[in-house]
Structure formats: C-alpha cells, structure tokens
Design a protein around this ligand. Structure first.
Ligand code: DAH
Length: 340
C-alpha cells in the first residue's frame, strides 16, 4: 500500500491542470465520493494494526496534497475568470478631449486659405522691429503721431531704436527688400499698441497684411480682390464699399466696409443702423515706399491692404469684447470646435 500511495503522490505532483474542466476531472478522480482517496480509506481498514499509524499518515498526507492542489488551482482559475469579466469588450471607447482651435487661429487659417487659392504666398517678419521697417520705409514722416510713445511700445530708444511692431505693414517692407516683383503675399501676425485694455481696444492684437506688386496693377484689381475676399469670408451676398482715407504708405488710400451680414444690411445695433461695417484699410502702394524698398516705381505699381483678425472674427462670430480673445476662458474657446 505504501508504494501505491507513493506512486499516487508522484502522479499528483506531475499533473498539469490547465483549465477548469481538467480540474473537475482531477477532483472526481482523486477527491470524489468514488475517488482514489476514498478507496484508500476503505483499503486502510484492512491494514494491520502495527502499520496503521504510518499508513494513516501517508493517506492523510496524500489527501492534503490533493486538496491543496485542487484549491490553489480553483483560486487561480476563478481569479482569471473574474479578470476576464472585468474587461467588457462591448463598452464604448474612452472619449478623450481633442480641444479646440482658438477663434483667431480659425479665422487666420480661413483668410490664408482664401488668398492662397488666388496665388498669394504667406510671409513672416519679426515682432520686434526697427524704426526703418515699421515707420521710415513706409513713408511715415519723422513727426508722425503714430511714432509717439503713446502708441508704440519702445524697447530701446535712441540710435538703436527698437519697438514692438505696431502693424504688419513692416513685413511688406521686408518682402519688397528681399524679393523681386511680381510679388503676391499676405503676412499674418501679432502687433502691439500702447492702449488701455477695454472691450474695444487691446495692447496686442492680430493683423493680416496683403501686398501685390507687378506691372500695371490698378485700383480696380484691388477692389476686385477685396470683393472676392469679402464674399469668401462673409458669404456670396456680401458687398463692399470704399471710402477715401489716408495712410502714409498708400496713395490713394481707402477704408473698406462690408455689408452687415448680421442684419443683411438692413440696419442693426452692430452696424449702428448704417448697414455697413468697417473691415480694413488699403490703397495703392506709395511710390516713395516702392523706391525705399528698392523697387522701380516707374515700372511697377501695386496695392496693399491691412485688416485686423479680431475685427473679422468679431463680425463672423458676433464677439463683442476684445478681452475674450486673450483671457483663455475655456467656456469661450470651447465654442469654436472645428475640423481644422
Ligand atoms: N497698417 C494699417 C494699420 O495698422 C493698416 C493698413 C492700411 C495696411 C492700409 C495697409 C494699407 O497695407 O494699405 O492700421
């Protein structure tokens, strides 16, 4: 009987139980009511008295080994099963927030899109500018009020005068100095002015400058380009009107209004009942500017225009407080989800 028990013990140790069905088979074979161990206890009755103690221990020992093996495997399989139950493959995926684009970025991208489709390149310039690019080359006389401390953030005064650019027209100068006509470019960027912050003014904002230089560029080309732009941005029904104006770097100069898309030009409080909203400044590039930038004004002519991105955004999305653009209030920004 001792050998038999030893053999069974070895057999149990070598057993490989890899699933619940095999475990159940093992239980029935060894621990069941008609199982091997039950039989051993029956056989035990006929063991001679002097061997009973030793054999009894061996049988008990074998039963313990079998029971341990059973319970440890049972635990293992049950916990694996529970793990499986925890993973619900039918559950919808976790939604992660993709954020949204800032309205200024959206409108800048839209403006770039409109002009790149009609052949305009995008150009860039520094935000810290010298007097030449921001003022002098653009035909600002030395005593012009825009140069004043009240408007301009100066970084260095005196000989190496440097300032935060007050407009993106400075990029026109850089492009004309570095490229030969024909030139067709737009320059989006941030500009700075020494203004008290309020709903209607800010110390920094964004502009897009446009420049077109070639032979025989006329004022009619400028009007047609701006009408195209207005229709692309504000819809097919949009109309524009030009009012005479003055800028040092353009002659003649104009300010451009677009028909109010909020009231269909019927008159509302946004357009102050005029049916028109001012959107940009423009004009034919002054010959003095062309010459200052090394372009022969007897051969070439061109037009330029400059608009505020905040202004276009305000009209498109009816935002009436400039401060919202830089406060990073998530409730504001989240309203501009897009597929950009
Ligand atoms: N630089 C002007 C401003 O900041 C805007 C502007 C007006 C740009 C007329 C132009 C232009 O190119 O032709 O107010």
């Amino acid at each position: 009987m001792k050998e038999k028990i030893q053999l069974l013990q070895n057999q149990i140790k070598e057993l490989k139980i890899s699933n619940i069905t095999e475990l159940e088979q093992f239980r029935i074979q060894f621990l069941g009511t008609k199982g091997i161990i039950k039989d051993l206890y029956t056989d035990f009755k006929s063991v001679p008295n002097e061997e009973k103690k030793e054999i009894g221990q061996l049988v008990n020992n074998l039963r313990e080994i079998a029971e341990d093996l059973f319970s440890s495997h049972k635990e293992l399989f049950e916990s694996a099963e529970n793990e499986g139950a925890k993973i619900d493959f039918s559950r919808p995926g976790e939604v992660f927030s993709i954020g949204s684009h800032h309205p200024i970025s959206l409108v800048r991208a839209e403006i770039i899109d409109v002009f790149s489709k009609i052949g305009y390149a995008v150009s860039d310039g520094p935000e810290i500018e010298d007097d030449w690019h921001n003022f002098s080359a653009l035909n600002f006389p030395p005593e012009h009020p825009a140069r004043d401390m009240q408007d301009t953030f100066f970084i260095e005064k005196g000989e190496n005068e440097m300032a935060l650019r007050t407009h993106t027209s400075s990029v026109q100068v850089r492009v004309m100095e570095n490229q030969k006509p024909p030139i067709r470019t737009i320059s989006p960027g941030r500009v700075y002015r020494n203004e008290a912050i309020s709903a209607r003014a800010h110390c920094f904002f964004h502009q897009v400058e446009g420049l077109y230089i070639d032979k025989d560029v006329s004022f009619a080309d400028l009007k047609q380009t701006l009408l195209h732009f207005a229709k692309e941005i504000f819809g097919e029904k949009a109309q524009i009107r030009l009012r005479p104006s003055y800028f040092p770097f353009t002659e003649p100069s104009a300010e451009v209004d677009v028909s109010c898309s909020i009231c269909n030009a019927k008159g509302c409080n946004v357009c102050k009942n005029t049916g028109w909203l001012e959107i940009l400044g423009c004009g034919m590039v002054d010959p003095n500017v062309l010459e200052a930038c090394g372009i022969d004004s007897t051969i070439y002519s061109g037009f330029a225009f400059g608009m505020g991105i905040e202004r276009i955004t305000q009209l498109k999305y009816k935002v009436n407080d400039l401060r919202l653009y830089s406060e990073n209030d998530i409730r504001f920004i989240n309203q501009f989800k897009s597929s950009l």
